[in-house]
Design a protein. Structure first.
Length: 94
């Protein structure tokens, strides 16, 4: 896990974790609603070479969402950042 991720996860509150989970669920439901009426042709259409179909994009989002859920589940397991950490330097890097 990156230093930035550790910093964010160590300082996240239970409310922020709950909000992140709620937001993921809401956006997933909205996306599923938006694509629910597509035909097989629309679902699998690729606009050009080396471009993804809607189905491939949705599959990618599902994989990434799973990884985000794994990160959220591990939030409480991250150590707190060191007291002498260079916050300004990290902020400038980001």
């Amino acid at each position: 896990m990156s230093t930035i991720t550790q910093s964010i996860t160590a300082s996240a509150t239970s409310h922020e974790v709950s909000e992140a989970i709620r937001y993921l669920a809401a956006t997933r439901e909205k996306l599923l609603h938006l694509v629910s009426g597509l035909s097989d042709t629309q679902w699998n259409f690729t606009p050009g070479p080396d471009q993804w179909s809607i189905a491939e994009n949705i599959e990618h989002l599902a994989i990434v969402e799973g990884r985000v859920h794994e990160r959220i589940a591990g939030i409480g397991q991250c150590p707190a950042p060191a007291a002498d950490r260079a916050h300004a330097e990290i902020d400038n890097f980001v």
